[in-house]
Design a protein. Structure first.
Length: 440
């Protein structure tokens, strides 16, 4: 393929650092736009409800559960496509789909139309992570993959905060009538204008992706041929001693994330009487900083350990982070809002380290032809277990066990610390299953 040939140097070595890091810059930008499109609906709930006459349950389906389930399930076939076809093309197709569907959301005239278009956004965004992570593994040698993947995940963390900043700024700008001079936006309600503008902004990552080249696939095994579905399943079974505890550990950490992140605003409101403005000004910034710092730290620390002890060293970093982060789940003992946010920051920082290490080790454990599906499985497990054991179980404990809305902190602690403790044991098992690196 011409794209792949463009990244080979004369001695068959790795792509140049300039090319590799430019790709990371582009992926960072794509991640920010992706998460902004995904999460901006949280700012538009009330105007959407009023305009389309929706109930809270319908809004929750549009912005939450339905999107997350579609995103996680659609990632599996897109992961397979990333293992079979040029990954850059898979990403470009995904960006085009989610951008067009975001624009369509701005013109939706009913719940059914908005629901269908949000499914389209989820399908498009599901293409990005499996293909991007697989490409990174072919752009950077094993001892540098951690920091590269950490930078990609930082883009996702920044995008989560950027959704509030960008979406809020656009909504304020639209409410002030500043888009009235543009014919295509003049007749739209402000919330619709925000979605159309964000969707059209997808043209930027599409243009940037045209400057990225497809790297040559490495570490393929079996002569480099594409694997059948049966061979892919066989490959996972062959590595089950490592992959099963690794997937479950990362998913359980994600369950703690869902419990801590999704219910922290309720804790701050119910127990410590924070206003929405105070929550946005403190929790939002802390979340972005802790998540971004954790992904970078996870990449750097795991690369340092990998140089001496291979993937066993990487998982030692994940174990340390899981062990320390376990105490971040103790939000129930916080005596002030500031203490609760400090526990939150500790959990998010350490869970970001663990997640980054887990995804990096995955790229080293499975052959190239399985990396797309392998990465998609992370998203699938994280969302399914995160929603069930994280968000839903926390709410159920509050309603049916503690029977007190103010006791939500105890529910968060029960879910997060249980999930974190089991994740620690699973990481121990995954580390034990990895063969030590060969002697130099």
């Amino acid at each position: 393929m011409s794209d792949e040939a463009g990244t080979r140097d004369r001695d068959g070595g790795w792509p140049s650092p300039v090319l590799a890091w430019w790709t990371i810059v582009v992926f960072f930008a794509v991640a920010v736009i992706s998460y902004s499109d995904r999460l901006v609906l949280s700012l538009l709930v009330d105007p959407i409800r009023a305009d389309l006459r929706l109930g809270d349950t319908q809004v929750a389906l549009v912005q939450g559960l339905a999107f997350a389930l579609i995103y996680s399930v659609a990632g599996l076939p897109f992961g397979r496509l990333a293992d079979l076809f040029p990954r850059r093309i898979v990403i470009i197709a995904g960006v085009a789909i989610w951008s067009l569907c975001t624009v369509g959301c701005g013109y939706a005239g009913s719940f059914a139309a908005l629901f269908a278009l949000r499914i389209g956004v989820g399908i498009g965004e599901a293409a990005f992570a499996p293909a991007a992570v697989s490409m990174i593994a072919d752009l950077f040698p094993p001892n540098r993959r951690g920091i590269a993947i950490g930078c990609l995940l930082t883009g996702m963390a920044v995008g989560s905060g950027a959704a509030v900043v960008i979406g809020g700024g656009l909504l304020e700008y639209a409410n002030a009538g500043h888009f009235a001079a543009l014919p295509v936006l003049r007749s739209l309600a402000p919330w619709r204008t925000v979605l159309v503008v964000l969707g059209l902004a997808g043209a930027l990552p599409l243009a940037l992706l045209l400057t990225v080249r497809e790297p040559r696939r490495r570490e393929t095994g079996r002569g480099g041929e594409a694997l059948t579905v049966a061979a892919t399943f066989a490959g996972f079974r062959l590595r089950a001693a490592i992959l099963l505890p690794l997937y479950l550990a990362v998913a359980l950490v994600s369950a703690g994330d869902f419990a801590i992140q999704n219910w922290m605003p309720a804790l701050l409101t119910r127990r410590f009487h924070f206003t929405p403005g105070e929550i946005a000004g403190s929790l939002g910034i802390v979340s972005m900083l802790a998540g971004g710092a954790g992904t970078i730290a996870g990449g750097l620390l795991s690369d340092l350990q990998a140089g001496r002890r291979g993937d066993k060293g990487r998982l030692t970093v994940a174990l340390s982070a899981a062990g320390i982060g376990f105490f971040g789940g103790a939000v129930a003992i916080a005596s002030s809002g500031g203490q609760a946010i400090a526990f939150f920051a500790l959990w998010i920082f350490m869970s970001s380290i663990s997640g980054t290490v887990g995804i990096t080790v995955l790229q080293n454990v499975v052959p190239n032809q399985m990396r797309g599906v392998g990465t998609a499985m992370v998203s699938f497990c994280n969302v399914i277990m995160g929603l069930a054991a994280g968000t839903a179980l926390t709410g159920a404990l509050t309603d049916y066990v503690f029977r007190d809305p103010v006791a939500v902190g105890f529910s968060m602690t029960a879910v997060a610390m249980t999930a974190g403790g089991i994740a620690f044991l699973l990481l121990l098992r995954a580390r034990a299953a990895i063969s030590p690196p060969p002697a130099a």
